[in-house]
Write a protein that binds this ligand. Structure first.
Ligand code: B16
Ligand code: MG
Length: 208
């Protein structure tokens, strides 16, 4: 019933949140405060610079723009050390099979992620060739819940918003998809993603 499928990356296809968390936690430790897994929930789907601001807010630390840019760069270096070691075993259950099933049905597939490392990660986990378009943090500047990432993804597939379904694990991502005029499948819990048209626990629920 749909011609295009747009996928968020972290939390939908792979669990990179755990590596973002380790890298932010180390940065916080270096600045002298604790950063917990509960704090990390606030960073999901949020851009790198905005994530840093949230981390600094947790620690009550104020820094110059220049210092912030340096720390964001440092965090990314640490994060890259983790994701360089990723392979196909880190795909979330059902992710690859669902992408393959959609392709077999002639559905066009795009990535809609805030990450500037998205293309690298798709490559590491061996699914880059399943995408017709990759829209990520290097291509768009307005963060979810702004619809930009999905609007551009749909356009790159040559489709209209009505033709597209978005798969998202973050509340801001669900809001972005709705604002783009698309249908949304929430990946996770209905208490957080209740605004989505449908909520499943993972893509494995959608493959036979
Ligand atoms: P990077 P998504 C997001 O990915 C993550 O959920 C978020 O925690 C991260 O800060 C953001 O990417 C930017 O990532 O530092 O690699 O550019 O869920 O939009 O796929
Ligand atoms: Mg996500």
């Amino acid at each position: 019933p749909f011609k295009g499928a747009l996928f968020d990356l972290d939390g939908v296809l792979v669990d990179t949140a755990k590596y973002h968390y380790l890298a932010w936690k180390q940065l916080a430790g270096q600045l002298g405060f604790e950063f917990t897994e509960a704090d990390n929930e606030r960073l999901k789907g949020v851009s790198r610079m905005r994530s840093l601001e949230i981390v600094l807010e947790v620690g009550g630390v104020e820094l110059s723009e220049e210092e912030k840019l340096r720390l964001a760069e440092e965090k990314n270096e640490r994060y890259l050390q983790y994701i360089r070691r990723m392979d196909e075993s880190e795909l979330l259950p059902g992710a690859k099979r669902y992408l393959q099933a959609l392709r077999a049905q002639g559905v066009k597939i795009a990535l809609g992620s805030a990450s500037k490392n998205a293309a690298f990660i798709l490559d590491k986990v061996g699914i880059a060739d399943l995408f017709d378009a990759i829209v990520d943090g290097t291509k768009v500047s307005r963060a979810k819940p702004d619809p930009e990432v999905f609007v551009v993804g749909c356009r790159e597939l040559g489709l209209e918003p009505d033709d597209c379904v978005v798969f998202e694990d973050a509340e801001a991502g669900v809001q972005a998809a709705l604002a783009a005029g698309m249908r949304v499948v929430g990946i996770g819990h209905a208490d957080i993603l209740g605004a989505a048209h449908r909520v499943v626990r993972g893509l494995d629920e959608l493959v036979g």
